[in-house]
Design a binder for this molecule. Structure first.
Ligand SMILES: O=P(O)(O)OC[C@H]1O[C@H](OP(=O)(O)OP(=O)(O)O)[C@H](O)[C@@H]1O
Ligand code: HPA
Length: 181
């Protein structure tokens, strides 16, 4: 059941076309980093990364396996609980594998910092992180993804997999929420 929210509109911030172009270029960089590997596991963080990972893996010219981990810290609001809960673990083993963790947004940094620690404890051969969006102004823990699609200002964003109150994940672009009252 969606929570009640004050009325808002969504202003486009990053177009679908710009996202697609950026993903093409990120995929080339990732291809260079992981060239020659036959043991890459691309791990999507649910739920927010489901659109990004789908587009990213289709641009990768590498043999990849795809797995998912579900982590949550926001609930239905705009504030991080700062307590990251792992709701669904990976299906496969990552010990000795190359791992690319795919995230939609790094905001306070709690989610990716926690997930990275959680996965590193399983001794992957190499672990790298990519986030489509980075909001450095909100950072509470020291975390930087290895690849970033776009650095954005301190705005609450939705679309391209990212929600507000579980809605708007299906927008093809990134927009910012603007309250009208
Ligand atoms: O850097 P942080 O402040 O930790 O915020 C980033 C995280 O917050 C959102 O997840 P959320 O908990 O809303 O779950 P969801 O992916 O299922 O929407 C988003 O998808 C990131 O995973
Ligand atoms: O800007 C955001 N929008 C939606 N979910 C989020 N989780 C962290 N930051 C955001």
């Amino acid at each position: 059941m969606p929570a009640d929210h004050p009325p808002y509109v969504i202003d486009q911030m990053i177009s679908a076309k710009s996202i697609a172009a950026r993903i093409e270029s990120l995929a080339r960089e990732i291809g260079t980093e992981f060239a020659g590997t036959d043991k890459l596991v691309v791990v999507g963080l649910l739920r927010g990364s489901f659109v990004f990972i789908a587009d990213l893996v289709r641009e990768l010219d590498l043999p990849v396996e795809v797995d998912f981990l579900e982590a949550s810290s926001y609930g239905d609001g705009m504030d991080s609980s700062r307590e990251v809960r792992i709701l669904k673990d990976l299906r496969g083993q990552i010990e000795g594998r190359d791992v690319l963790v795919v995230e939609d947004i790094v905001d306070t940094g709690h989610t990716l910092a926690h997930v990275t620690k959680f996965l590193v404890s399983r001794n992957p051969a190499r672990l790298r992180t990519i986030a489509l969006l980075d909001k450095p102004a909100r950072r509470e823990v020291d975390f930087k993804a290895d690849w970033i699609g776009f650095e954005i200002p301190d705005e609450f964003v939705v679309g391209y997999g990212i929600d507000y109150g579980q809605r708007n994940r299906n927008l093809p672009y990134i927009g910012k929420v603007r309250f009208t009252q």
